[in-house]
Design a protein around this ligand. Structure first.
Ligand SMILES: N[C@@H](CCC(=O)N[C@@H](CS)C(=O)NCC(=O)O)C(=O)O
Length: 200
């Protein structure tokens, strides 16, 4: 039996992505809480596992991965067959388009606004909120015509993008003007095996 392990912070949306996909895939995950406030992720032994000094850090037997998007790719392919990340060229690229949105527009938009407002990280929160509104507008237009971000079904694109959008109220943003985004979050919450995190 595989022993999947996550070095985790409950309030981290990036860690939550990993917890959520494991739950949807019915894979048991050993949660190892990281003492984030005292900087355990910057010190031995975690800094040897991820020299970038960040969590999530994921382990499957002897294999270690950093970065939530990379971990989603691994879990989807190892435990989900073609369901969450198909490998034909076009489908894979369509999913990766949205993984990049999670890492770029969403990370620098709603995620940065939340880091500022909730955790006091010195970031230009107004600039982050402007970036958030731009990507929310693009997502709203797309989701008004599509139930899921791509492929017409839930994929890791949805799992990668949802958390920091759903947490955006903690960064001073409202989803009130975006009914299609709210409906999409609702569809993800209705998936069998869905688990929540604080404020989602
Ligand atoms: N691209 C990474 C970003 C990971 C990241 O930024 N993690 C945060 C916690 S959510 C962190 O560990 N930051 C380091 C710090 O603030 O010291 C991912 O998607 O996993």
């Amino acid at each position: 039996m595989a022993e999947l392990k996550l070095h985790d912070l409950e309030l981290s949306g990036n860690c939550y992505k990993v917890r959520l996909l494991c739950s949807l895939l019915r894979q048991h995950l050993d949660i190892v809480p990281v003492d984030f406030l005292s900087g355990a992720h910057k010190k031995s032994p975690l800094i040897e596992k991820n020299p970038f000094g960040e969590i999530p850090i994921f382990e499957d037997g002897g294999m270690t991965l950093r970065d939530s998007q990379a971990i989603l790719v691994y879990l989807a392919r190892k435990y989900g067959g073609d369901a969450w990340l198909p490998t034909d060229a076009a489908s894979m690229a369509k999913v990766v388009e949205w993984l990049m949105v999670a890492e770029n527009e969403i990370a620098r938009g709603p995620n940065d606004a939340r880091l500022h407002d909730k955790f006091g990280v010195p970031i230009d929160a107004e600039a982050a909120r402007e970036k958030a509104k731009r990507i929310f507008g693009l997502m709203e237009t797309h989701l008004a015509k599509n139930d899921w971000l791509t492929l017409g079904r839930p994929t890791i694109a949805d799992i990668a993008c949802m958390p920091y959008v759903a947490l955006s109220h903690e960064g001073g943003l409202s989803l009130e003007p975006y009914p299609a985004i709210r409906a999409w979050i609702g569809r993800i919450k209705a998936l069998p095996g869905f688990i929540a995190m604080p404020a989602i």
